[in-house]
Design a protein around this ligand. Structure first.
Ligand code: DGJ
Length: 552
């Protein structure tokens, strides 16, 4: 049997058997509630027993607090080929009086989503939202003695519930457990709600760490044994920035935070990351005890820097402190980057897939940039999902044709993508400009030489848009000599990477699409449409099936 086929078969057999142990949750592999499962090197979200790709949109922060407001938007969401909606659940709206829960809006959103055949990821807007606390109910906000605030240098309180207060934590956890108990009751058999985001873009505000009395006491205390044990156990696989910080202070195995990691704002961030992770882990635990669907946190990336040098995170769930979040938050399934940066998306995907962290992008811009990223997340990083932010924001372009087109391609490819995730038979590129270097991708028996496609100047053909939109394409080796290329703006040639005749030629090039997983060919390309057989040209957004052969 040829090496490529052997590889696939072996990987596919082993992958299917291994359920995911991302957290120390009970083994959910057999259950049919939404859960995570390993396939080869990938982690997949399983919904109704099948791998699910979340083609998602996030509503405005408060859109899901009013059912009438949402009414006109559901058809828009469906038309945009979105299959998952990220919707905020406000603690204040859900528990206006202590212990009295109002689930009317939650129920309405679930029913509407189910009616429109959509899945939901609820965003638990509770203790924290964007590093502040605008979503706790009044009875929490007003009782600041019982529910203390974080403080900045000089003891100045800020509108941020302190992560060093058990009362804050337990009030949030009780409410969240009530929400998950209710979601299980009303949706446990339907699985409309597939995941939960815990809080939103947490992290210290206005200072590098909380300076409240409880926080200062914790800072002077020794680093908790659980964290020291984790660091020693994972010493060789820690994210480089954290390891450097610990090494620079002498790899101590005990001592205060400043002794173990060295004094300073980076250590303040490590300290805050531990306490945010511990706090949110307790909320996840309370919720999963009721209904253990996957739960994650999202990260704002402002100030994160370009890697290599740790930055003061204020506790944000950045890759640099990913190990601290994993040690402190074993009930949290993954960290999701809200990457709006124009330039560093590819780097952020690499950084947030370290240590086996599955890639789910909870927020991103739309348009050609966002749409290109969606292809890259699923094809290059076996992503669980990608989300366009603020779907119904009147400021944004509606409909977002680029996102809709790419979601259309991803929807067609879902059975193929989920079959190949984690098996080394799929990859993708994202090229922002024609100046981006070409890439070599070894996939199956051939190496794909991928470059940014610049259409040849043709008489009578208007010059292309300047600057051209970013190029992105997914490549799937479906057979030893057959590939699916899906996307836009790239040119691909092939080179054999196995012993045998040294040259590769294009045998067949077909445009087409998938209907219920079955290939439906369109035109067959040669001549102008393959540069006389020299390359696959994705000058038009779409899907192409290519077979290659070798000669000398
Ligand atoms: C990121 C936050 O997560 C969102 O809720 C929103 O506040 C955007 N920033 C800004 O619109």
């Amino acid at each position: 049997m040829r090496p490529f086929t052997l590889l696939c078969t072996a990987l596919m057999c082993s992958a299917a058997l291994v359920a995911c142990q991302m957290t120390d949750d009970p083994d959910l592999s057999g259950s049919d509630i939404p859960h995570l499962r390993k396939q080869g090197t990938a982690t997949q979200l399983i919904v109704d027993g099948k791998p699910f790709l979340a083609l998602a949109a996030e509503l405005g922060n408060n859109s899901a607090t009013n059912l009438e407001y949402m009414k006109p938007w559901w058809p828009v969401i469906v038309d945009a080929k979105i299959n998952t909606v990220l919707a905020g659940v406000s603690w204040a709206r859900m528990e206006p009086e202590e212990g009295k829960y109002d689930f009317k809006v939650v129920d309405g959103i679930i029913q509407e989503a189910r009616h429109h055949n959509l899945r939901l990821v609820f965003l638990w807007f509770a203790s924290w939202k964007n590093s502040l606390s605008s979503y706790p109910p009044s009875w929490v906000k007003k009782d600041f003695e019982k529910y203390p605030r974080a403080q900045t240098t000089g003891g100045k309180s800020i509108e941020l519930l302190s992560p060093f207060s058990d009362a804050n934590r337990d009030a949030d956890a009780r409410a969240f457990a009530a929400l998950m108990r209710h979601v299980k009751e009303v949706d446990g058999d339907h699985h409309t709600v597939i995941m939960i985001q815990l809080e939103n873009e947490v992290g210290m505000h206005g200072d590098s760490r909380d300076r409240s009395p409880a926080a200062e006491k914790a800072y002077e205390n020794p680093v908790p044994k659980e964290l020291m044990d984790y660091l020693q156990k994972h010493k060789d696989t820690l994210v480089p920035e954290l390891r450097q910080q610990w090494e620079a202070a002498g790899f101590k195995t005990s001592g205060t935070w400043a002794e173990v990691f060295g004094p300073g704002r980076v250590t303040d961030g490590i300290f805050m990351a531990w306490y945010y992770a511990r706090y949110i882990d307790r909320i996840a635990e309370a919720g999963k005890a009721q209904y253990p669907i996957p739960m994650f946190v999202n990260a704002a990336l402002y100030g994160i820097g370009r890697g290599t040098q740790a930055q003061p995170s204020g506790g944000r769930p950045w890759d640099q402190v990913m190990d601290v979040w994993k040690a402190g938050g074993p009930k949290i399934d993954f960290l999701g980057p809200d990457s709006y940066s124009d330039t560093d998306f590819v780097a952020f995907c690499d950084r947030f897939t370290q240590s086996g962290n599955p890639l789910f992008v909870p927020e991103n811009m739309g348009g050609p940039d966002g749409a290109a990223r969606a292809l890259y997340v699923f094809g290059r990083h076996d992503g669980i999902g990608w989300t366009v932010m603020g779907l119904e924001d009147p400021k944004l372009v509606h409909p977002d044709v680029d996102v809709i087109e790419n979601f259309g391609i991803l929807k067609q490819l879902t059975p193929l993508i989920t079959a190949h995730q984690g098996n080394g038979t799929m990859s993708a590129v994202l090229m922002r400009t024609p100046n981006d270097p070409s890439q070599k991708i070894s996939l199956g028996d051939f190496t794909l030489n991928v470059s940014f496609y610049s259409p040849p100047k043709m008489f009578g053909v208007p010059p292309p848009k300047d600057p051209p939109p970013p190029a992105a394409a997914i490549f799937i080796a479906t057979k030893p000599d057959e590939y699916i290329v899906a996307g836009y703006g790239v040119k691909v040639t092939f080179t054999p990477n196995m012993p045998g005749p040294p040259l590769a030629g294009l045998d067949t090039v077909e445009e087409g699409g998938f209907v219920d997983g079955r290939w439906v060919p369109g035109r067959t390309f040669a001549g102008d449409d393959s540069d006389e057989g020299q390359c696959v040209m994705m000058d038009k957004k779409g899907i192409v099936r290519v077979t290659v052969y070798r000669y000398r």
